[in-house]
Design a protein. Structure first.
Length: 255
């Protein structure tokens, strides 16, 4: 995983507190797509375990991998007994055991592109499922969104992560579905969206921003300034659009 992926440990507690979790319908979507019982799962870049606990509580035997020790420590406090945890970057995982499901929750973009799909394919049972899901958390009110954009402008032009393969935002198939199509290892690639709206306090929204990589890369004095500027333009509560874009694919048999 990239060096930026290892920067979240300093805000592991905030990450757990302020980042929205995942809805149960996500598990239903993955298992319905699988079309057969899914018993084992490997998670790439598990963070503090927000997706880990969802799949584990649904009855899957989950192995959660995460390279950052501080993130993993928070995860271990929150996941059910029986979840296996491994401190390792995706690129350090060695082929061996295969899983009915391999998934990444808001983490795949931190993996290195070289050999990404052959590595993932080596971890998925033939006919098994790969899933990737996540998405930006954006202010729903255009006026508030513009006020925040202006407040952060002296420090950041954008706080979003660009598509890793350059796919424009308006395209029907977004990354990583685009790469899955080209990889040759997977078939039946699907993209769907779970719409979600979350209301939170202004303070919690600023706390959420403090876990986003674009802000974490700023010098500490600049972080403090931009958070203050943003807080000043926010109403007491804000509604955020936290839609989850889900990509599903099936591991080809015979490769």
């Amino acid at each position: 995983m990239s060096g930026r992926a290892l920067g979240f440990g300093a805000v592991a507690e905030a990450y757990e507190r302020f980042r929205p979790g995942y809805p149960p319908e996500l598990v239903d979507m993955v298992t319905t797509y699988a079309g057969q019982p899914v018993r084992t799962a490997l998670e790439i870049g598990a963070g503090t375990g927000k997706a880990t606990r969802l799949f584990a509580r649904a009855g899957l035997t989950v192995t959660a991998t995460e390279p950052d020790g501080a993130m993993l420590a928070v995860l271990r406090r929150h996941v059910p007994t029986g979840v296996r945890t491994v401190r390792a970057a995706f690129e350090d995982l060695r082929p061996g055991e295969r899983y009915g499901l391999v998934y990444a929750a808001a983490a795949l973009h931190w993996t290195k592109p070289e050999g990404r799909w052959s590595r993932i394919a080596a971890l998925v049972e033939p006919g098994g499922v790969f899933a990737s899901f996540g998405g930006p958390v954006q202010l729903a009110d255009p006026a508030v969104r513009e006020a925040v954009r202006a407040a952060r402008a002296p420090f950041l032009e954008s706080d979003e992560i660009a598509s890793p393969d350059g796919t424009p935002p308006g395209e029907d198939m977004q990354w990583p579905g685009t790469e899955l199509h080209r990889s040759g290892w997977f078939t039946d690639v699907r993209q769907c969206v779970v719409e979600r709206r979350v209301t939170m306090s202004a303070g919690d929204y600023v706390g959420l921003l403090s876990t986003i990589s674009a802000y974490l890369e700023l010098p500490t004095p600049s972080q403090d300034q931009v958070y203050r500027r943003i807080r000043q333009v926010l109403p007491e509560t804000v509604e955020v659009a936290a839609d989850i874009t889900v990509h599903l694919a099936r591991r080809r048999c015979g490769r």
